[in-house]
Design a protein around this ligand. Structure first.
Ligand code: NAD
Length: 491
């Protein structure tokens, strides 16, 4: 770990108004969740630093050509992509160490995927139809040419979680900048380095003008609330838990700013009775262990036909028992640690609740033997609870799967929809007509059919119900960062 810097004097810096600066609040420690050791330190911003960042972003938006020069923005975003590619090794090392992300995921959505996806955002800045001619009409007898123009919203406050920091930070920065906005990014306190290194690259290796991107690390969640509240911010782009998303919406309401919320999930993996049940259940079990279950879109409820329950139980438990939580830096590790002691305590609490509600812990349920250091948790299967139980209704965010039997396809759809969330899910079956009926019935933002992969720069991602408002990525994600201006010219 040559690049890691466990000294306060080597703390990462804030990016405010084009300059890399220390935090007024000193520094705070960032930890390695696989060892619990202090990795190093990050600048600890205060409310005054956040105020400076918002001031800089506002000035850069109001007083520069950034929002109008589409070609320049495309060039800057490609420059950022290329600079991040050149730093891939350093970023990979930090991502594994700070996030506990399995190394294998850094070749995809934990690092290299989102860096490459900046190219999609850059292309949009150049190719998007910023103006549309709506033609001439004569409303109220006045001959008028109508031109529809899309423009940047203004200053974007981006607030992000720790589970896929590069994916989420860059999936906000890329489209927000491509659309012509300026940004204040407040990353999660658990993963400040992932964001701070992007800030350093922006300051030192790109032509992105001062104030266009500001990155404010802090151990104080209230800086997120400050960003959501400040009337100089035009849009809050938030990814995180549903309760925090609600608080962000309330804070943003005072100045009636746009909110774009990517929140939690409790997605259903539906196995129809004409599927290869054992194979499908193995896929479901494997998936819930990826990054120790810390993915908002992972399917954490496995719905199987009651007629095939024993077979499903056997296959699911076999796969979960075969996956060992372990060192994320090893190439074969799928299930690393959860991010913190707080998060592992939360997972343990939910397993206790399952027991209290009459559930059976078929496998896992605790800390893996022989791993005394690190926030590891065993892949866990819970059965004998109903869909109304706490563990089937609430997001756990650990490698925990709840197995639920259903009676027929309609019952499977009803159980899948009996959730406050609607983020993602999966359907497995061999009859396309039956699969289609289930796809039509499930109220969720993305659905995988027989293992199809929806994650891609051009695909919008987001939730129904309490999983969020709006879409990230794709053209729809880019358009979240745009306003609409209609120009009506007489004559
Ligand atoms: P969190 O809600 O605790 O924190 C997210 C961010 O909000 C952090 O930066 C935090 O500092 C900030 N914050 C905390 N309180 C705030 C407040 N009152 N006002 C403004 N900002 C505040 O979430 P987390 O624990 O960091 O991340 C895990 C959650 O994120 C899970 O619920 C997961 O499902 C969700 N998530 C959703 C998606 C998605 O795309 N839908 C993606 C990843 C994670």
């Amino acid at each position: 770990m040559n690049n890691l810097r466990p000294a306060e004097s080597e703390a990462s810096l804030l990016l405010i108004d084009g300059k890399l600066v220390p935090g007024s609040g000193g520094v705070f420690a960032t930890h390695n969740p696989a060892t619990e050791a202090v990795l190093g330190y990050a600048a600890n911003a205060t409310a005054a630093d956040m105020d400076g960042a918002i001031t800089a972003a506002r000035r850069a938006f109001d007083e520069s050509d950034w929002s109008r020069d589409h070609g320049f923005r495309a060039r800057c975003i490609r420059q950022l992509r290329d600079a991040l590619v050149a730093h891939t090794d350093e970023l990979r090392e930090i991502t594994i160490a700070e996030v506990g992300a399995p190394a294998m995921l850094t070749g995809g959505p934990q690092l290299e995927g989102p860096i490459a996806d900046l190219g999609f955002a850059a292309d949009l800045a150049e190719t998007y139809s910023w103006e549309t001619d709506l033609g001439v009409a004569e409303p109220m007898g006045i001959r008028t040419r109508r031109t529809l123009r899309r423009e940047a919203v203004g200053v974007v406050g981006a607030i992000t979680p720790w589970n896929f920091p590069h994916q989420i930070n860059l999936a906000k920065l890329g489209p927000a900048l491509a659309a012509g906005n300026t940004v204040v990014l407040k990353p999660a306190p658990d993963t400040p380095w992932c964001a701070a290194l992007v800030g350093k690259v922006i300051a030192e290796e790109t032509d992105i003008p001062p104030g266009v991107v500001n990155i404010v690390t802090s151990d104080d969640h209230r800086l997120g609330a400050q960003l959501a509240e400040d009337p100089r911010v035009d849009l809050v782009s938030f990814t995180g838990s549903t309760p925090t998303g609600k608080a962000v919406m309330v804070a943003a309401a005072a100045s009636l700013k746009k909110v774009f919320l990517e929140l939690g999930g409790k997605s259903a993996f539906i196995v129809l009775d004409d599927a290869d049940v054992a194979s499908a259940c193995s896929v479901a079990a494997f998936s819930v262990c990826v990054h120790a279950g810390q993915g908002c879109a992972l399917s954490t409820r496995l719905l199987v036909p009651r007629s095939r329950y024993d077979e499903a139980l056997e296959a699911t438990a076999r796969t979960l028992r075969s996956i060992r939580a372990g060192d994320p830096s090893k190439p074969g590790t799928v299930c690393g640690p959860v991010i913190s002691k707080k998060q592992r305590d939360r997972v343990e609490r939910y397993v206790g609740l399952a027991r209290a509600e009459g559930g059976t812990i078929v496998c896992g349920g605790g800390r893996p033997a022989g791993l005394e250091q690190g926030h590891f948790f065993e892949p866990t299967l819970i059965t004998d609870v109903s869909n109304s139980s706490t563990v089937a209704q609430e997001e756990i965010f650990g490698p925990v799967l709840v197995l639920l039997p259903y009676e027929d396809d309609a019952d499977a759809i009803a159980i899948a929809n009996d959730s406050p969330y609607g983020l993602s899910g999966s359907v497995w079956g061999s009859d396309p007509q039956r699969v289609k009926k289930v796809v039509d019935g499930v109220r969720t933002g993305t659905l995988s059919v027989n293992g199809g992969v929806w994650y891609s720069a051009d695909v919008p991602f987001g939730g129904y119900k309490q999983s969020g408002i709006g879409r990230e990525m794709g053209v729809a994600g880019f358009e979240e960062y745009l306003e609409t201006k209609l120009i009506a010219s007489a004559g």
